[in-house]
Structure formats: C-alpha cells, structure tokens
Design a protein around this ligand. Structure first.
Ligand code: SF4
Ligand code: SF4
Length: 194
C-alpha cells in the first residue's frame, strides 16, 4: 500500500519517510492536525540529497535500472550505455540494487537549492522562491513524472497485448490455411489413379 494511503488509513505513522525528514513530518502533522514526532529509524536515516550517476564505461545496457526507476529518469536502449537525467532523479536509490555490474552510485548534492536552480526546468526564476517551495515543486514534478511513467507502462502493456492478439490471429489463419491445403491434398486423386 502506498505510504500516503497507509497514513490515511491509520495503518502507518507520519514518521516513516527518511527522504521527507523532519520537515516532511512537520508538514504531515500540520495537515492531519496532530503532533509531530521524531523520525523512525526503521526505514533509514535522512541523507543529503543525492542523484544517481552511471559509470558509462561499465554499463552493459541491460535496462534493469530503467525498469526500476519510478520517475523515468534513466535513458538508454538495450545493449547501449545508459545515463541518468540528473535533474529528474529524486535520489530514491531504487536503481542501485538491480544493476548487475554495480555501475550506479549516488552523488550527494551539497546544496539542493543550487543544483535545482542550475538545471531544473520547472524552477526557472527561482530566486524569489523559498527552499520549501523549491522542494515542493521538485516533489510535484516527481509525482507528475511518476504518473507519466504509469501511463507509459499502461500504453506499452496495451501495445504488447495488441501485438500478441495480432500474432495469434495471423498464426490461427496460417494454421487454418495449412489444414485446408492438407485436406485438399488428401481429396485430390493421385496421378497414378488417372
Ligand atoms: S535514484 Fe531513483 S530517481 Fe534517481 S535514477 Fe535511480 S531510480 Fe531513478
Ligand atoms: S542496470 Fe546497470 S548495467 Fe544495466 S543498464 Fe542500468 S546502469 Fe547499465
């Protein structure tokens, strides 16, 4: 169950998200009208914002990291080197474990605001924005990309299903034709009979 749904259902407390840290806990507490609580250590600790970096020399193009990335921040094709779109990377680390050659590492960003300002397309003219607003925009962007990814996966699944259905139809036509031909052969008189 997604974390937000679990909180809404009352089956998870508001202190289970290390990336959100204390600020996230405070926001959730405000939203729900409850008291903030210290971050639970069960799911890890809050780390400095980091982005994934692929060592392109070692990448074997297996595409497993693409499958794992929830926001489609990795680009590449099968058997080609892959690369991370740094500005879209949320630092979730989900791509690390699937990589069979351990060629992805996390690079901490010492200044989140500086990194976002330098390259994030949605943070144009961010000079007047507070850090919390910039973080909010980054979170909105990540959510948006996650939704895009779900739509892409749905679309690909549908395309696959259509291709499969098409192949099945063609195969069935082929086998019908083959059986008609073999029936025809059986009913033709042998040359020696004539
Ligand atoms: S760290 Fe997360 S968001 Fe960044 S590339 Fe890896 S899976 Fe994608
Ligand atoms: S999982 Fe590792 S080896 Fe495979 S495409 Fe991604 S970076 Fe390259």
């Amino acid at each position: 169950m997604p974390y937000a749904e679990a909180i809404a259902a009352g089956s998870a407390s508001i202190n289970q998200c290390p990336p959100g840290g204390e600020a996230g806990i405070r926001q959730l507490a405000d939203l729900l009208g409850i008291k903030p609580m210290p971050l639970s250590a069960v799911n890890g600790v809050t780390k400095l914002k980091a982005v994934a970096l692929i060592d392109e020399q070692d990448c074997i193009g297996c595409t497993l990291c693409i499958d794992a990335c929830p926001v489609d921040a990795i680009v590449g094709a099968a058997k080609q080197m892959h690369t991370v779109i740094e500005v879209e990377c949320t630092g979730c680390e989900l791509c690390l474990a699937p990589c069979p050659v351990d060629c992805i590492r996390m690079i901490p960003l010492t200044k989140l605001v500086a990194s976002l300002e330098s390259s994030h397309s949605i943070i144009i003219d961010s000079g007047s924005l507070s850090e919390s607003e910039i973080k909010k925009r980054a979170a909105d962007r990540a959510r948006e990309r996650y939704q895009f990814r779900l739509q892409r996966l749905d679309r690909e699944e549908q395309e696959q299903a259509e291709k499969f259905a098409q192949k099945t139809i063609l195969a069935s036509r082929g086998s019908k034709r083959a059986s008609m031909l073999s029936g025809l052969k059986c009913t033709l008189p042998h040359q020696s009979d004539s």
